[in-house]
Design a binder for this molecule. Structure first.
Ligand code: HEC
Ligand code: HEC
Length: 193
């Protein structure tokens, strides 16, 4: 009984301590959020001079390093974008300096992202029933949608898969074994017609 009471006090004081120091810590730490393909600079973006790229670079690097516009599928970007706007709303108290785009700028950024995103594999695609698809979902979908194999030539896929594996490593995730890697490349590069 006494022990339980002590535990309760400890939990409450930890919670209290966290919440009172949260705003400052959040503010300082948010810049450190890790997005794979670290350290992209504005001039490395596709069409760096375009309006969309310029807006994307200025609004989307305020809280973390600039993500690649190729990191999500065309279908997923609008939802991801809205999630970021929600973050900005939530943080408004702790970080009043965060700028949010005007409606016209929002449209510009979303269409820039949609244009540069990859094509995802539809949820009802029969390819999802192929035995190797499980590993593709397992190793790829922690970061983004499963890509449609049809959009890159076979020889591109092994390079892409190795690049993705290096991001897994950087994030401290389990790397693909040699046979997982082969199976995934086989699924993506297979001639189906
Ligand atoms: C107000 C701060 C803030 C701004 C501004 C912001 N982000 Fe984020 N972003 C976050 C936070 C917090 C996370 C980590 C939590 C999460 O994944 O939602 C994150 C994570 C991400 C990730 C990695 C997770 C994922 O969904 O793949 C991507 C990509 C990303 N942001 C893209 C963007 C883009 C594009 C913009 C510009 C439209 C943007 N961010 C602007 C706060 C922000
Ligand atoms: C740790 C996060 C992460 C994982 C896991 C991951 N990706 Fe990616 N993916 C990214 C990032 C970041 C980008 C954008 C930068 C780039 O293309 O290098 C990207 C971009 C892509 C693109 C678009 C490339 C282009 O040039 O348009 C494809 C296709 C892709 N990934 C396929 C895969 C496949 C297949 C897997 C599983 C084997 C996978 N990804 C796993 C983070 C990840």
């Amino acid at each position: 009984m006494y022990l339980n009471f002590l535990r309760l006090i400890t939990v409450v004081s930890i919670l209290f301590h966290c919440s009172s120091s949260m705003a400052g810590a959040w503010d300082k730490n948010i810049k450190r959020i890790v997005i794979p393909s670290f350290g992209l600079t504005a001039d490395q973006l596709p069409d760096p001079q375009s309006k969309g790229a310029v807006l994307f670079a200025s609004y989307c690097s305020q809280c973390h390093n600039l993500p690649s516009p190729k990191m999500h599928s065309t279908n997923d970007w609008p939802v991801r974008f809205e999630k970021m706007m929600d973050h900005a709303l939530l943080m408004a108290g702790a970080s009043p300096g965060v700028k949010t785009p005007a409606d016209k700028e929002k449209k510009e950024i979303v269409s820039y992202l949609e244009k540069n995103g990859f094509r995802d594999l539809p949820a009802n695609s029969p390819l999802r029933a192929e035995p190797e698809a499980f590993n593709v979902v397992w190793f790829c979908s922690v970061c983004h949608a499963v890509p449609d194999p049809d959009q890159f030539p076979a020889k591109e896929w092994s390079k892409i898969v190795d690049r993705m594996n290096s991001y897994r490593k950087k994030q401290g995730r389990e790397e693909m074994s040699n046979s997982d890697r082969k199976g995934i490349i086989n699924f993506l590069a297979k001639k189906r017609q």
